[in-house]
Design a protein around this ligand. Structure first.
Ligand SMILES: [Zn+2]
Length: 342
C-alpha cells in the first residue's frame, strides 16, 4: 500500500442484535435458512460501512457470517463429529466442550469463498480475510482419529491451503491466519507450528498474515493474563522462526499489554500489524493513546511496514464501543502520519 500506516481490525466486529445475541461468543443465530443467509449479508454490509465511516483502510467482513472464528470453519469439514463432544482444555486455560475428530479430515466445498466474493463486490478497498491457523484449530478439538497434534495440524494446513487459494482467486488481498495458540505451545510452534502455517500459504501470491494475541477480552483470558507477570515475553519464542518464514505480516497485541515493545526487533523486516486498541476494555482509547503506542512501535518497525490494528477481534464488545475504537484507531494513525510528513 502507498498510504503510510494503513489501518485495519484484527478480525471480528460485533454482530447486530437482530442477527445474534450481542456481546457473547458462540452466540446462536436468531434467523434461519434463507433469512439467515440474507441477514448475514446485510450484517456484512453494515460491518463494512462502519469500517469505511471510521476511515479504516484495509477492510474485512467483520466475521459477520461466522459464529466463532475457529468452530465455524471446522463445522464445514468432513471427519469431525459435532454431536460427539469431549471436554478439553483450550490453550491450557479454560475447559470447553468440543467436537471430536472421528475420521480423516477433508473439505467438501469452499467454506468462506462466497462470503469473500460478496465482500469483494461491495468495495474496491483492499480486503483482508481471516482463517484459523492449523495449531489453533487442533487445540479446539478432541482428536480420536490421528492421535497426533502434529499430524492433524498438517491435515488442516492442506485444507486451509485449498481454502486460501480460492479466497485469493475471489479477490482477497491479505489472508490472515489466527494463531493465538502460538503464544502458548512454544515447543510445538518451533517444531511444526510455523511449518504447518507455511504449508497453509503455499503457492499464494496475495499477502499473508498471522495474528498472534492474548485472546478476546473474556474472563478466562483476562484471568490468565494476570498470571503472566510484569513482562509478557511469549512472542520471543515464535519470533525468530517467524522472521525467517514466508509470512508477510505479523499481527500483534501491543496496546495496554505487558509485551516489551523491543521484542518487535526480532521480526525486523516483516510488516507488523501493531495492536493499538485494547479489546478487553470498554474504555475507548483517545487518538493520542493510539498514537503513543504507534510511536513506541516505530522504534522497532520501519514506518513503511507499520500497520495500525486492534489487539484482537471485537466480537464480544458492544457495537457502539467497537465503532468508537475504530474511530480512535484511524485518528491515532493520522496523528503519527502527520508527524512523519512534517
Ligand atoms: Zn486475537
Amino acid at each position: 500500500m502507498k498510504k503510510l500506516f494503513p489501518t485495519s481490525s484484527a478480525g471480528s466486529l460485533p454482530k447486530p442484535s437482530w442477527l445474534a445475541e450481542p456481546e457473547k461468543l458462540w452466540s446462536p443465530w436468531k434467523l434461519q435458512d434463507d433469512q439467515l443467509v440474507e441477514g448475514k449479508q446485510d450484517a456484512l454490509r453494515l460491518a463494512l460501512q462502519e469500517q469505511q465511516q471510521a476511515g479504516i483502510d484495509i477492510v474485512s467482513d467483520g466475521e459477520q457470517t461466522r459464529q466463532h472464528f475457529v468452530t465455524t470453519f471446522i463445522e464445514h469439514l468432513n471427519g469431525v463429529d459435532f454431536e460427539k463432544r469431549e471436554t478439553v482444555r483450550i490453550r491450557d486455560r479454560y475447559d470447553a466442550s468440543v467436537p471430536t475428530v472421528v475420521g480423516a479430515v477433508s473439505r467438501q466445498k469452499p467454506v468462506f469463498v462466497d462470503d469473500a466474493r460478496f465482500l469483494r463486490q461491495q468495495t474496491t478497498q483492499p480486503i483482508k480475510w481471516a482463517l484459523p491457523g492449523p495449531m489453533t484449530m487442533i487445540d479446539t478439538l478432541y482428536d480420536g482419529h490421528y492421535k497426533s497434534r502434529e499430524k492433524l495440524a498438517w491435515e488442516f494446513a492442506k485444507i486451509l491451503n485449498q481454502e486460501a487459494r480460492e479466497l485469493e482467486a475471489a479477490g482477497v488481498d491479505i489472508i490472515q491466519f489466527d494463531e493465538p495458540a502460538f503464544n502458548v505451545f512454544f515447543d510445538e510452534v518451533n517444531d511444526w507450528g510455523v511449518a504447518t502455517l507455511e504449508k497453509a500459504i503455499e503457492g499464494l501470491k496475495c499477502e499473508t498474515a498471522v495474528h498472534i494475541c492474548y485472546g478476546y477480552g473474556i474472563k478466562a483470558n483476562t484471568d490468565w493474563k494476570k498470571t503472566l507477570g510484569s513482562e509478557w515475553r511469549q512472542y520471543e519464542e515464535a519470533f525468530p522462526k517467524l522472521q525467517k518464514s514466508n509470512i508477510d505480516l505479523i499481527s500483534l497485541e501491543c496496546h495496554n499489554s505487558r509485551v516489551p515493545m523491543d521484542l518487535l526487533e526480532l521480526i525486523r523486516g516483516k510488516k507488523v500489524m501493531v495492536g493499538a486498541i485494547d479489546v478487553a476494555t470498554n474504555t475507548i482509547e483517545t487518538p493520542e493513546e493510539v498514537a503513543n503506542t504507534l510511536r513506541k512501535a516505530l522504534q522497532f518497525v520501519d514506518a513503511d511496514k507499520l500497520y495500525p490494528c486492534t489487539n484482537c477481534g471485537m466480537a464480544p464488545l458492544s457495537r457502539q464501543v467497537a465503532r468508537g475504537k475504530l474511530n480512535a484507531l484511524s485518528a491515532g494513525a493520522e496523528i503519527v502520519r502527520e508527524e512523519l510528513s512534517l
